[in-house]
Design a protein around this ligand. Structure first.
Ligand SMILES: Nc1ncnc2c1ncn2[C@@H]1O[C@H](COP(=O)(O)OP(=O)(O)OP(=O)(O)O)[C@@H](O)[C@H]1O
Length: 592
């Protein structure tokens, strides 16, 4: 479900980021902003109104404590869900070994969390494979939202009739495998079961330190994203409404091999810690010397360790551990190096590595499985050398349909996370599938540069929305008259002469120039990228180019792994005006 939409009472996840605005900064002093009610804002209100009535004294079992001892399961509580939300109507206190759906699924570790749910890696005992289990908060509002999400997920996960020779774009959307209810101390929770994926695109952006990821990866992501959106819009009649890096997840490749690697390393860490503890205990049991300093430090360490233990025993929050993706590899290489022995050199695409440091058994098995991931490991080594990575392939999937809606049933007009929000939504005009295309273009720009395309701020005399609209005009030109005359909020921002009320000085800076002057793209590249992004940033949503047509753009023709993929039924640069619900909610049209 969407996490960063600026609804009233909404608090961003701590790991969300701020990057530099590609445009000049206006003065920044708090202003005011309009708000809108939605089913999501209602849910967030409930969250805000809640008291801190959770049981802080909730002891963990020995098994859980053992789990927390592991480095890979360590919990930085600041980056996790709030303990306050473990209460009736809130999150379910899941734990390793807990079973779901009459014993079918067994919890292994936590993968992540959102404002609506916690997400857990679980073993499916029927298929003997791992799955991602999303356990939704139990309050009625979350439950209803989850039931809507399941309907949308079923629509996009429905098996596609195989049409020979045609590309199956549905594989770029996260599939729902199962759903059921689970009763726990905090109520009845909807649980959704998905295929397991790895980190999101924000992890990849961060890995490249917000300097932009290599163009060959951007092309792969862009093409898959567009193919996925084309499928969602044209074949399913579904609008995502919250396309952003956090909601696009990367495939990890061989999930089972990576899970085994993580498990083996966790066990190693636990064993190490246990023997360290034993050693400390033995040294403390020994008769102490007359040196008061050493007595003091022993008792200090005793106090420290018992207070650590107390802290652990008083929390029910588990640390999130997304499976490491070879390509984003925030910690993949560290883990792999430990797996192989610390002295191992960094792997290369063609290296036949020595596994001399492996101790056999589990490690050996995992090493064998990991060798299948070898080809994708070069990304981390030579980010500057794209030619070396011609075999690396990123697979992405669009996830989190928690804010999605139907082309003929919009649940709210408060859609899209701020930086990815389209002009029609800001102005209160009609909107439709094309709003996702705007967000997709913002996302692709961010992948290329590491910066948000639009990062509005508020100032003395203008709101964030004023600044957002001004930035859009500076980049793309005047807002079309049709939007000014139909937008419910247009008069808030514009006077009767069509001028911005609160901002007078604009600095026009076309996209191509931004790419060349700020991001140092060569003129030819800046021209091609601008030619690719501009049709998706058309200000009038009716005229915006559709996803399928843009997947055919020449810039994407050499996309690794997708070279021959062309959607013949869609024309390059053509607007999606023929797609039902393209730029407004459809009424009286039979649903797909
Ligand atoms: N299929 C999956 N495989 C691996 N990890 C996943 C999967 N689905 C979700 N996650 C992890 O769980 C996190 C929360 O998932 P999701 O965004 O769907 O939950 P949410 O409660 O709807 O969140 P929010 O509304 O705050 O965005 C994700 O950011 C991701 O780290």
């Amino acid at each position: 479900m969407g996490s960063s939409i600026n609804y009233p009472g909404f608090v961003s996840k701590p790991n969300q980021r701020a990057t530099s605005n590609p445009f000049f900064q206006r003065e920044s002093v708090p202003g005011t902003q309009g708000t809108a009610k939605s089913k999501l804002s209602l849910a967030l209100q409930i969250q805000k109104d809640g008291n801190n009535d959770c049981d802080d004294g909730n002891d963990k079992s020995d098994q859980e404590e053992q789990e927390s001892d592991s480095e890979y399961s360590s919990c930085d509580e600041k980056n996790e869900e709030s303990l306050r939300d473990y209460k009736p109507g809130g999150y379910h206190p899941a734990f390793r070994g807990e079973t779901y759906n009459e014993g079918r699924y067994v919890v292994v570790r936590k993968l992540g969390w959102g404002h609506f749910s916690t997400v857990w890696l679980a073993k499916d005992t029927v298929t003997n494979a791992h799955v991602a289990m999303k356990i939704v908060r139990s309050d009625k509002v979350y439950t209803e939202a989850a039931l809507d999400e399941i309907k949308l997920l079923r629509q996009v996960s429905a098996p596609v009739r195989s049409t020979e020779g045609l590309y199956d774009s549905s594989k770029h959307i996260l599939s729902l495998l199962d759903s059921f209810n689970h009763n726990g101390p905090n109520g009845k929770h909807v649980v959704m079961v998905f295929e397991v994926l790895g980190e999101n695109l924000l992890a990849l952006i961060k890995k490249y330190e917000h300097r932009g990821i290599p163009v060959m990866y951007v092309k792969q992501i862009a093409k898959q994203l567009l193919l996925g959106l084309d499928y969602m819009h044209r074949k399913c009649g579904v609008i995502h409404t919250d396309i952003k890096p956090e909601n696009v997840l990367m495939d990890v490749g061989d999930v089972e091999a990576i899970v085994r690697m993580v498990e083996v390393l966790d066990k190693k860490k636990r064993d190490q810690k246990r023997s360290q503890r034993r050693a400390t205990k033995t040294s403390m049991d020994l008769p102490t010397s007359s040196n008061s300093f050493s007595r003091g430090s022993a008792s200090a360490s005793l106090e420290r360790s018992s207070s650590d233990r107390r802290i652990r025993r008083h929390t029910i929050i588990t640390g999130s551990q997304p499976l490491p993706s070879p390509i984003s590899s925030t910690n993949f290489f560290e883990m792999k190096a430990q797996m192989m022995g610390n002295s191992l050199p960094r792997p290369t695409a063609c290296s036949s590595r020595s596994n001399a440091n492996l101790s056999g058994g589990d490690d050996e098995q995992v090493a064998n499985s990991l060798s299948s991931l070898e080809l994708t490991t070069t990304a981390d080594e030579r980010p500057e050398d794209e030619t070396q990575r011609e075999h690396d392939i990123i697979q992405i999937k669009i996830a989190d349909l928690g804010n999605a809606c139907w082309y003929d049933e919009h649940y709210t007009n408060s859609i899209q996370t701020r930086e990815y929000r389209s002009p029609e939504v800001l102005l209160g005009c009609q909107w439709g599938c094309s709003a996702d295309i705007w967000s997709a273009a913002c996302l692709i720009f961010e992948l290329l540069t590491g910066d948000f395309l639009f990062e509005p701020d508020e100032g003395h005399s203008y709101s964030k929305d004023d600044d957002h609209i001004a930035q859009i005009i500076e980049l793309l030109g005047e807002i079309p008259a049709r939007l000014l005359s139909t937008g419910r909020h247009a008069r808030t921002f514009f006077n009767s002469r069509g001028q911005l009320r609160n901002i007078s000085k604009l600095k026009f800076w076309p996209l191509k120039d931004v790419l060349m002057e700020k991001y140092r793209f060569a003129a030819e590249d800046a021209h091609t990228i601008s030619d690719f992004l501009m049709p998706m940033l058309r200000l009038d949503p009716q005229e915006r180019a559709d996803a399928g047509g843009m997947a055919n753009h020449p810039w994407l023709s050499d996309t690794v792994g997708l070279e021959g993929v062309v959607l013949n039924e869609r024309k390059l640069y053509q607007s999606g005006a023929d797609v039902p619900g393209w730029s407004q909610e459809v009424t009286g049209h039979p649903r797909h």
